[in-house]
Design a binder for this molecule. Sequence first.
Ligand code: DP6
Length: 326
Amino acid sequence: MNRATAIAHPNIALIKYWGKRDTALNLPAVGSISVTLDELATTTQVRFDPELSADRFVIDGVNDPLAAARASRCIDLLRFRAGTDMHAEITTGNNFPTGAGLASSASGFAALVVAADAALGLGLESPELAILARRGSGSAARSIFGGFVEMFHGEADDGSDCTAQPLLEREQWPLVVTIAIVSRDRKQVGSTVGMEHSRNTSPYYRDWVDHAHTDLDEGRRAIAERDFALLADVAEFSCLKMHALAMASRPGLVYLRGATIEAMHRVRELRHDGHGVFFTIDAGPQLKAISLPDEAALVAAALGEIHGVEEVIQVGLGQGARVVER
Ligand code: DP6
């Protein structure tokens, strides 16, 4: 009893989140739209135990005190709801590299919250779980759901309307995501620090926030109408704007490597030649190409040929976070 295991998948933002309106409650300054990925996964077991004198956190077999503190703060929110002060042992592992721009914090906090909810027998609804996952990491709110997902920036000061909701089921538009791994090194400036740095120093920040709603409107419309050309156009726009904002911080944040840029050009050439594919890049060097299913083999071959691309991983769209064992 008091134990549950959950699985959650990373998600990739097509309309990007970068910047917070409240750092204490982790409220994003802009909404975002993502796709949840299949196959890549975080599996997390949470076990509450009255005998423990502190939380224990083991990631991929190693004790990590920093990650532990962040996870404990998130679990405190669930302990509060359950009216317990029991400590927990949290055992978690990813089947993909941690901290290299593959959204491990998104799947990590989504799996943590879903497992802790089940272990405590709280039975919270998904929008509430998304709010709790968001406290751990903004993008984690989106991994609570599968397929195409929107996260709202919300208006309320307490973040009570700052949750996520599904836009379209994965079966309704089964796009394929091809990830070009350019580097497996941990990034030097993580998203949390990077977006605060942009908010404080980038002259483009105000415009970024003020115009985000038009990108969200277009992204939502493209998904509702399965309009691939519109989605490609607005997703690349949002991605490049986010990187321009980050690069214009002081000192500038450059997440792209040489092979990332080569891959961007290759994807654009393919699209120019009539193939349904576009790219997006988060706060790391990996390029993610989103394509129609028929184009997937061609996209993987084209990205695999680029000098500096170490590996190509291809996945479909995945389900939301879920309990796999109690
Ligand atoms: C570039 O969700 O990792 O991936 O809320 O501080 O944990 P925190 O940030 P995080 O930022 C994600 C940034 C991004 C874009 C996105 O996923 O929308």
